[in-house]
Design a protein around this ligand. Sequence first.
Ligand code: HEM
Length: 471
Amino acid sequence: MNSSATIAASPHRDGDAGDRALARIFSAYTASATLWLVFATLVGVVLALKFAYPELLSGSPALTFGRLRPIHTNGTFYAWASPALIGLALYIAARSSGARLYSPKLAWVTLGLVNLAAIAGTVSLALGLNDGDQEYREWLGWIRVVLALGLVTAVWNLLATVARREGKDIYLSNWYTIGGTLWTIIIVVVALLPWYQHGLGQVAVQGYYMHNAVGMWFTPLSLGVFYYALPKLMNRPIYSYSLGIFAFWTNLAFYPLLGAHHFLFSPLPWWLQTTAIVCSVAMLVPVWGGSANFLLTMRGRPERMRRTPAAFILVGVLGYLLGSTQGTVEAFRSLQRVWHLTNFTVGHSHLTMYGFVTFAIWGGIYALLPRATGKEPNNLLMGVHFWLATVGVLIYVLALSIGGTVQGLDWIRGAPFIESVTDMAPYWLWRSIGGLLMFVSHLVFAWNVWTMTYRRARTPAPSIAPAPAGA
Ligand code: HEM
């Protein structure tokens, strides 16, 4: 493995045919993912408004809460965050290895498969066709197989690209992205096994699947983006390469067994629940270690932190630190007694999937896409995107964290259920306001993506920051 200083020495190949193909792929993944972000979060806004105005859009079965919710969750997971992260991972694999992408054709096949699955999954859910109520795997079985094929082709391309690297060592980002993609194949296969679709086996596998989709897929790929983009933006190596490796292995050691913390007080064996709690606490090691590594890389560079891509990454790192630490705290039985099944958990999922993963993607795209295409976004519009999204998610998470606690305490004291509903009403309204701000920020982001990709450049644009080398 190399030091992160070595990455700065890899050759910059802008201008040759391989680079142009890579830039086209990176642009297409980002554009496709962005369209899905806009669609899936428009659905999210409708869902949020339905809490405040339950009669809203209730005319057609396709627009009911039960159908729209999985359209939103699967859409944000598999059509927004996943292809956006794969596009970033392919770009990073090629650049950090100083090699051409193994197969641009295969990259197009991956994008086609993911989009095919996303379109088929969305349409079938709207028609009421699904594979049951297990979260994040509601798409029909054959659609999930198409998605899994997309994943396999992405792993193949990533591995073969890194195998072409110039030096002997594999850059830290690629450890995370390759590790993440390989672990995810195991998770996807386990979730498809027919003998785990019933009874307690299903509960155990669901805990494993749903939490590892976050911890062994979105998390390592997002961390891979931090480890590549931060040294570029700060113009210095990552603070500690060894700490990054330590966090990688401890993430692998503790994450796989913590999923059962979603099913505390269920009929799952007590020892399995306790193991999940112990692993949830142990996760503080990679989370705090990794976050310290990122924050220490940013220290003492206020002039660079003021640049918007770095600000996105800073929020992403704080989202990772706070969201994951909150997850540890939520796993304690005494606290889960209050928060289990309340809206507090929805606040937690948006702090992590939005405050961490989505901000990491935005930071990576703003930091790297202009280097690939040579087209800069408008600085003011990047700032507008940043502030609308940051304020929006803050309102969203605070409203549901406070509201969810009130809701849980109502249930504990045995208040009539309807009292907990009326108590939540103002918090649901605030969540809609935060969600609207987030959605408007996505429209601004979509414009910025257009500017960085397919919009005809009026004047040749300089790159965001002087590339340390080997962008
Ligand atoms: C405009 C932005 C967004 C809005 C307004 C929004 C709104 C919502 C709403 C209303 C729900 C249903 C909550 C419930 O069942 O009580 C939900 C669930 C969910 N959303 Fe979003 N969302 C947004 C963005 C995102 C993004 C970008 C992601 C992921 C990358 C995401 C991931 C999820 C997840 C994982 C759930 C399930 C939550 C749980 O059960 O804990 N959302 N969202």
